[in-house]
Every structure is written in structure tokens, then in C-alpha cells.
Design a binder for this molecule. Structure first.
Ligand SMILES: [Zn+2]
Length: 427
């Protein structure tokens, strides 16, 4: 019998378990490795997200006030263009949360430096005055004109006024408010300290009459001022009827010039409007309440721009009024009328611009004082300020046909080049 010798395989239990265990271990190890790699990648992704979030937050933080910063800088710059450097600094400093922004810091340093480089202006501050402008010289100086010789003497044209502005701006002139130059204290006017950038020359500016009486509108002048969308326009007669333009007289022309050259005005100063009364004011005849209301609205708009008002007399008459035969009772009557009819629209004023620059004396001058007027403006191209009988007289330089032809050398030396200004349409 054949013995089947079977070698009985001994089951090696160790191997039986070891191999799957090894496999399991490997799988587990691989999985662990993979897991930990994944975890690492996940962590890296997470870190990246956090980093990006931080960057985004940082970016948003540094730009979230951009609109505010830009608005603040624009407002401060607008102030600074008109020499209101302290006001510009106050605007820049008013928001605590933007003080660390480099743009704000930069502008603060700029205006601080501008303040440090201002110089005191101690010389006399000259005062130039004008009458309403001739828009159409061919009519004003033409054959049909009611007063060609008078207009040639006492008025200038739109062309000339625009050139005067350019010339004076080029020389460094700056319009200043009367009350930024003088302060009335203890019964007298004193000069206030006035600081401007080196080379700038302050001057005071006024316009007389402002009533646009007939027949001037028909003679090539404006008919008056009016408002359109809150802005000041001149009413001008043309052969096609009345039009509104900003090119018809000093007020809107100066406003347009200042939009382009804000540094021609110190702290938003404008001029003094010296209103006479017998023909109404600003082109309104004041014959009914609508006219009074309309004039009042124009006055408010002018005031908001910085214009101030003076009494230029009601009658604008010589004889018993403003001449060597002046009668105190007539002056009193004249001041009472102005106060009631024009002052009620223009508001209180202590500035009196004498018609013809006539210097009242004695009892007639006393009437002016009794009405509360403390500043009396005369015409004197070479004068400054003088106190006589307790009244302060301020000299003014007339800019008109007379001064530009008879005193051209003086105007050339001090204010503008007359030859470059004169209208070729002048006779
Ligand atoms: Zn006058």
C-alpha cells in the first residue's frame, strides 16, 4: 500500500495574520500619511484664505474712508485757494478717524507751511471803484446815445473791465473785504493784521449806483440784476427783446472770473455795492411789492456770495444835497428816504459812499454821523484814510474814462497797464 506521504503543511499562523496585518498596517499608514498630507494641504488652504481675508480687510480698512478723505481734501483745497488756510486746516482735522491717512497728513503739512510763509501786509490798502459797465459801446458812444460824453468820462466797457481783471490778477492783486482790513473799535477804524502770500497786493473794490436808471438800458447798459436758478444774471435789452446773461455787468463777470481764479479773492471777499435810491435799486424800480420782494432776493443772493452794501444816498443830487450849498435838513430827508426804501432791502450799514465823492462838513456831516454812519468814502486817487470832525474818510480811486485818459501814468504804475485795457471802440 502506497503510503501517501503527505507532508502535512503546518499552518503558519504567524504568517496568516502577519500579512493582512502588514497590509492593514500599510493601508492604514498610507491612509494616515494621505490624511496628514490632506490635512496639511487643507491647513495651507485655510491659512491662505485667512491671509487673503486679512489682506482684504486691511485693504478695505485703508480704503473705507476714501470717499470721506477725498471730500475732506476737496473742501480744504477750496478754502486754501482763497487763502483761508486756518479754515482749511480745521476741515482737515475735523474727522478723528482719518488723521492717520498719509493724504490727510500731507495736506495738513502743506497748509501749515502755507501759513508759515505768509507775510504781513502793512502798506495802505487801495480802494478802486467802478460804475456799471457799457455792454455795447457802439450804442453808448453812438449818435443815438443820450449821454455819450458822460459815459465816456464816467464808465468803462465790459471789454475794459475784463482786461483790468486780467491785468490786476497778473500783478498779484487780491480782492479783500473792507472788514478784513479795518475794524471799528472805540469810535475809530483801526487796521487789522492782514497776512498774504509774498507778492500779493490786497485791494478793496466797490461799484456805485447799481440802480440801472433809464435811459441807460437803451444806451448799451444792462437793465438790472436778476436770479435764475439761484445764480445772478444781468438783464440786457437787445433788438430781439430782453435776454439774461452773465456778461452784462461787473457782478456776474467777477463771479465768473473768480470761478477760474479763486485766488483773486481773499477769504471769499467781494466788493461793496454802493446803492443809490431815486431810481430804485439793482434794476428794480420798487413800485410794487413784487419788485421789492425780487430786489430783496437778489440782495440775499449777493450777500451769500460775500458782497456788502453801502448807502450812496437816495437822491444822488447836488445843490441842496451833496455840494457846497448842502442843507442839513435835506441831508436828513435824504438819509431817511434811503433808510426806508433802500436800507429796508439792503440791510443795515455804517458805510456811506458820498455821491460825487462830495465831502460834507459841519451840520450836514453831523446828520451822517447821527444816522450811525462811521465810514465815509470820497474820491481821491492818491489818498488813504483820514479822520476829520470825528468822521473817518476813506479814499477811493475812480476807474473810468477820465482816470484812464487823464491819469494813465498813475494807473499804469499802481494798478494796470491802461494801454492794454482801453477799448478800441472808445471814441
Ligand atoms: Zn454815484
Amino acid at each position: 500500500m502506497k503510503t501517501v506521504h503527505r507532508k502535512r503543511r503546518r499552518i503558519r499562523w504567524g504568517r496568516v495574520f502577519l500579512i493582512p496585518a502588514l497590509i492593514l498596517f500599510l493601508v492604514f499608514a498610507l491612509m494616515t500619511l494621505k490624511y496628514s498630507q490632506d490635512q496639511k494641504i487643507l491647513q495651507e488652504i485655510n491659512d491662505k484664505i485667512v491671509e487673503m481675508q486679512n489682506q482684504l480687510e486691511e485693504y478695505l480698512n485703508s480704503h473705507k474712508d476714501d470717499a470721506l478723505i477725498e471730500k475732506t481734501i476737496i473742501e480744504a483745497n477750496a478754502m486754501g485757494e482763497g487763502y483761508a488756510y486756518e479754515e482749511a486746516l480745521a476741515i482737515l482735522r475735523q474727522e478723528p478717524k482719518i488723521q492717520d491717512d498719509p493724504r490727510i497728513k500731507d495736506r495738513i503739512a502743506y497748509f501749515q507751511n502755507a501759513i508759515d510763509s505768509l507775510v504781513n501786509y502793512d502798506s495802505p490798502v487801495r480802494h478802486l471803484f467802478f460804475h456799471n459797465l457799457i455792454i455795447d459801446p457802439s450804442i453808448a458812444f453812438g449818435e443815438g446815445s443820450h449821454n455819450a460824453a458822460g459815459y465816456n468820462s464816467w464808465n468803462i466797457t465790459v471789454y475794459e473791465f475784463k482786461r483790468i481783471l486780467e491785468e490786476m490778477y497778473a500783478r498779484g492783486f487780491v480782492v479783500v473785504d473792507f472788514y478784513d482790513v479795518y475794524e471799528y473799535k472805540d469810535g475809530k477804524y483801526i487796521r487789522k493784521p492782514l497776512k498774504l502770500p509774498e507778492g500779493k497786493i490786497p485791494f478793496i473794490f466797490s461799484i456805485d449806483d447799481m440802480s440801472y436808471p433809464d435811459p441807460k438800458p437803451a444806451d448799451g447798459f444792462a437793465r438790472g440784476l436778476t436770479l435764475k436758478n439761484g445764480e445772478i444774471y444781468t438783464r440786457v435789452e437787445t433788438k430781439d427783446g430782453e435776454i439774461l446773461t452773465k456778461d452784462g455787468d461787473i457782478v456776474p463777470i467777477l463771479e465768473i472770473f473768480l470761478e477760474a481764479h479763486p485766488d483773486f479773492s481773499y477769504k471769499s471777499a467781494r466788493g461793496i455795492l454802493a446803492l443809490s435810491g431815486h431810481a430804485g435799486t439793482l434794476g428794480f424800480r420798487l413800485t410794487n411789492n413784487d419788485e421789492i420782494e425780487a430786489a430783496t432776493q437778489v440782495v440775499e443772493a449777493l450777500k451769500s456770495k460775500g458782497w456788502i452794501f453801502a448807502n450812496h444816498s437816495y437822491s444822488h443830487a447836488d445843490g441842496a444835497y451833496y455840494s457846497s450849498s448842502s442843507i442839513p435838513e435835506k441831508i436828513d430827508e435824504d438819509f431817511a428816504k434811503w433808510t426806508a426804501k433802500i436800507g429796508s432791502i439792503a440791510g443795515d450799514t455804517t458805510l456811506f459812499v458820498a455821491p460825487f465823492g462830495y465831502k460834507l462838513t459841519g451840520d450836514s456831516l453831523q446828520v451822517v454821523k447821527d444816522y450811525g454812519y462811521s465810514a465815509y468814502f470820497i474820491v481821491d486817487r492818491r489818498g488813504d484814510v483820514s479822520v476829520i470832525d470825528g468822521m473817518t474818510f476813506f479814499a477811493r480811486v475812480d476807474i473810468d474814462g477820465v482816470s484812464m485818459t487823464k491819469d494813465a501814468a498813475y494807473l499804469n504804475e499802481h494798478f494796470f497797464d491802461v494801454q492794454r485795457v482801453l477799448d478800441p471802440a472808445r471814441p
